[in-house]
Ligand binder design. Structure first.
Ligand code: GLN
Length: 196
C-alpha cells in the first residue's frame, strides 16, 4: 500500500486524509520536514497560498519540497496547492515551488469568485464530477508536456504533467473520491517504476 502525505500547515487537511484512506492508501499529515522521507507522494491542499507560503518558509519546507519533487515523487496541488506547484503566477515575479509547467491566475472566476459548484468531465477520471470551487485559480497557460484534464467555461481547471497533478477545485470536499483515486494510482505507478 502506498503512503501519501498531506501538507498539514494550513487548509483542508483532514478531508484529504479521509479521501486518501477511502481511496485505498495510507495517509500521513505532514507537519515536519523529516516526515517527507516516509511518504511516496504528497497532496498540497487548498487554503490561502500566500499564508501557506509563509508557513512553508517558517518551517523550512521550501527546499525539502523541491527535493521531494526532484526525487520523482508525485505531487498533487488542489486550489492554493496548485498555485504553490505552478512555475508561473500571473502578476507575481517569482513562483513558490515552481515545479509544474503551468501559469495560474489567482481568484480568477469573476462574479463567481467566492464559490460555486460545477459538473465537470475530467479526462481519465470521471464524466460527471461535481467540483467545488472556492476563490479558485485557473490555469491560463499549460506547457507542451501538460495534459489538460478538464475545463470549465473554456478555462483549464485540472491538468497533469507527468508526476504532477493540479486542479482548481476542492476534490476532498465531496464524497466523490475519483480525483484522489486517480492520484493514488499515479503514486502507485511511480513507486513501481522506482523499484523496477
Ligand atoms: N484564493 C486562494 C489563493 O489564492 C486559493 C483558494 C483555495 O485554496 N480555496 O491562495
Amino acid at each position: 500500500m502506498v503512503k501519501i502525505g498531506v501538507l498539514g500547515l494550513q487548509g483542508a487537511v483532514r478531508e484529504h486524509v479521509r479521501a486518501i484512506e477511502e481511496s485505498g492508501a495510507e495517509a500521513l499529515v505532514i507537519k515536519k520536514v523529516e516526515q517527507l522521507e516516509e511518504i511516496d507522494g504528497i497532496i498540497i491542499p487548498g487554503g490561502e497560498s500566500t499564508t501557506m507560503r509563509r508557513l512553508i518558509d517558517k518551517y523550512h519546507f521550501l527546499e525539502p519540497l523541491k527535493d521531494f519533487a526532484a526525487q520523482g515523487k508525485p505531487m498533487f496541488g488542489t486550489c492554493a496547492g496548485l498555485i504553490l506547484l505552478a512555475k508561473n503566477i500571473v502578476d507575481y515575479a517569482e513562483p513558490h515551488l515552481g515545479v509544474m509547467d503551468v501559469t495560474v491566475e489567482r481568484n480568477s472566476f469573476g462574479r463567481q469568485k467566492e464559490s460555486f459548484e460545477a459538473d465537470l468531465a475530467i479526462a481519465d477520471v470521471a464524466d460527471d464530477f461535481n467540483a467545488v470551487f472556492i476563490r479558485a485559480p485557473h490555469i491560463v497557460k499549460a506547457g507542451e508536456n501538460v495534459q489538460v484534464l478538464a475545463k470549465h467555461e473554456g478555462r483549464i481547471v485540472a491538468a497533469r504533467e507527468g508526476r504532477y497533478l493540479g486542479c482548481s477545485f476542492h476534490p476532498e470536499l465531496t464524497d466523490d473520491h475519483r480525483m484522489t483515486a486517480y492520484f493514488v494510482k499515479m503514486v502507485e505507478e511511480a513507486k513501481t517504476k522506482q523499484f523496477a
